[in-house]
Design a binder for this molecule. Structure first.
Ligand SMILES: Cc1cc2nc3c(=O)[nH]c(=O)nc-3n(C[C@H](O)[C@H](O)[C@H](O)COP(=O)(O)OP(=O)(O)OC[C@H]3O[C@@H](n4cnc5c(N)ncnc54)[C@H](O)[C@@H]3O)c2cc1C
Length: 488
């Protein structure tokens, strides 16, 4: 039998795998998504897209359908504390959390992937993986038949129990579940007056958020039920009892769409790469789902990996560029686990736990501290170390203050006086050399391989952007982070 050979096989068609597939297809790479499920999943675990995720989508011009289907909320939460994180203070066009169900996010990403020509194969379960110096062979079952395929690289975006991670021999280091919480997507006959409600006292804690028209998500931490095993089903009666005990009412809950129990198992892949196998999303990191971060970080992993893998496959970058994926994203995974552990510690309804919650809530009334935590939870503060890259030979003196930081969607003024948004120049997934001084230089001399993959734009940025005022040029990576900056 002839072996089917492709550039990249992405195992798992969740949000991370689909986002990565879109990025690769945009760069002209042949990519196949192997997804075990025949039908899209109906239960929406995640409900949030954070500002950086909206920026990531906007970098490709894909944010529109998400904004149409979601609902903006100008705050986010940390450990269900009373003081919410104020996203309106962030330096971004998207000063809000977009409430959108994971089902919709996946549907929109899958549509985009198919439009870009990604071969999305549902009902394909990967069971075997073998790699050699040139590629990776996968085998599994599809519709009762066995299949095999070979790819130059494989990405495991196959979630928390990732078979790819296990077969590649990558350790998943961390701790087991010690507490569990309950979730119910229900109809509330008497919903609370505010869009979001948090309650915390000695009897436990809960949060109510609108999930979709007519449906609320109820999240409950009941000290008397925190030791229930994660596999034990939640009943509507159990949820109602806990909610009534904590809030004094069950809000008239009925017609459960989904009831689930989840825990705080916390693990990080020791390496995001083993030979030609890479990991992204939940396959690389799991944690207590506090602060609505997991899906978002998975999208950011995908955005970081896509252009690197494409560059290597097009022979425009050395394979060593892929090592920077682990170097850049593993610390982000570590920070994610760290802040969710901190939130788990704060989800404590003992007298001392409640005192700590009050103290934290007070501290978060300070706008600077509030903004700093909001930036951390939403991935806006991520800054990558300097990357060694083929770059323009001389655009001025190198300036390091911005290296590795993301840039917001700045308004640019073009030489003809027209204005355009920065991200509108990054839709094709290429690098962008932004020359900020008129007539500032010799013709662009980019390394040959990269030249075909770099757009060059002459523009000015408003003077209110102090950090950019002295710059003569900026080289932006395809993921919107600053590769290099120069002053005149
Ligand atoms: C209760 C709860 C609430 C949450 N709320 C939020 C939130 O508000 N915001 C947020 O950002 N995150 C939230 N999360 C986390 C979020 O759901 C995950 O981080 C996200 O789904 C990860 O996406 P992924 O694509 O990496 O993995 P997954 O969504 O798990 O997708 C993996 C895919 O791989 C497939 N697969 C698995 N094994 C194989 C195989 N062998 N062969 C082929 N396919 C395979 C699976 O069928 C699945 O479709 C929440 C999680 C929980 C449990």
């Amino acid at each position: 039998m002839m072996m089917d050979v492709i550039d990249v096989a992405v195992v798992g068609g969740g949000p991370t795998g689909l986002m990565l597939a879109c990025e690769l297809a945009l760069a002209g790479i042949s990519v196949r998504v192997l997804e075990r499920r025949v039908e899209p999943v109906q239960q929406a675990r995640a409900l949030t897209l954070h500002p950086r995720s909206l920026e990531v989508l906007a970098l490709r011009g894909w944010e529109g359908p998400f904004l149409e289907r979601g609902r903006p909320l100008p705050t986010a939460h940390f450990a269900m504390l009373d003081t919410r994180l104020d996203l309106s203070a962030l330096d971004t066009t998207f000063k809000f959390t977009l409430f959108i169900s994971q089902t919709v996010t996946e549907q929109l990403l899958e549509e985009r992937a198919r439009q870009l020509g990604v071969d999305v194969r549902r009902g394909c379960e990967v069971r075997e993986l073998r790699q050699d110096a040139d590629g990776v062979e996968l085998a599994g079952t599809a519709g009762g038949e066995s299949f095999r395929c070979r790819a130059r690289y494989v990405v495991g975006a196959d979630g928390a129990r990732s078979i790819v991670r296990q077969l590649a021999g990558i350790a998943f280091v961390g701790t087991d579940t010690t507490i569990t919480a309950m979730l119910g997507d229900v109809v509330l006959a008497e919903p609370p007056a505010t869009p979001v409600l948090s309650v915390a006292h000695l009897r436990g804690g809960l949060m109510l958020v609108p999930r979709s028209p007519g449906i609320h998500r109820v999240l409950v931490v009941d000290p008397e039920r925190m030791q229930a095993p994660v596999k034990e089903s939640v009943t509507l009666d159990e949820l109602r009892r806990s909610v009534t005990k904590i809030a004094g009412t069950d809000f008239g809950m009925r017609e459960p769409q989904w009831l689930s129990r989840f825990g705080n198992e916390t693990r990080l892949a020791e390496n995001y790469m083993a030979g030609r196998v890479l990991l992204a999303g939940d396959a690389a990191h799991i944690h207590f789902p506090a602060g609505g971060q997991g899906l978002n970080v998975g999208l950011h992993d995908a955005m970081n990996l896509g252009w690197k893998l494409a560059g290597v496959l097009r022979d425009q970058a050395p394979p060593s560029l892929l090592e920077s994926y682990h170097r850049e994203r593993h610390p982000v995974g570590h920070t994610l686990l760290h802040n969710t552990e901190a939130q788990t510690a704060l989800i404590s309804f003992t007298p001392s736990g409640l005192a700590l919650r009050d103290l934290m809530s007070d501290i978060l009334k300070n706008p600077d501290l509030n903004r700093s935590l909001a930036e951390r939870i939403t991935g806006m503060d991520v800054r990558y170390p300097e990357l060694e890259l083929p770059a323009p030979r001389r655009e001025g003196e190198p300036v390091k203050t911005l290296t590795g930081k993301r840039l917001p969607d700045l308004e640019l003024r073009l030489p003809d006086g027209a204005t355009r948004r920065l991200y509108s120049f990054m839709r094709d997934g290429k690098w962008l050399l932004l020359r900020l001084r008129e007539g500032n230089g010799a013709p662009v001399q980019l390394d040959r391989g990269w030249m075909r993959w770099t757009n060059v734009v002459q523009a000015r940025v408003g003077d209110d952007r102090e950090e950019l005022r002295e710059l003569s040029a900026l080289l932006l990576r395809p993921d919107g982070h600053v590769g290099q900056a120069w002053a005149r």
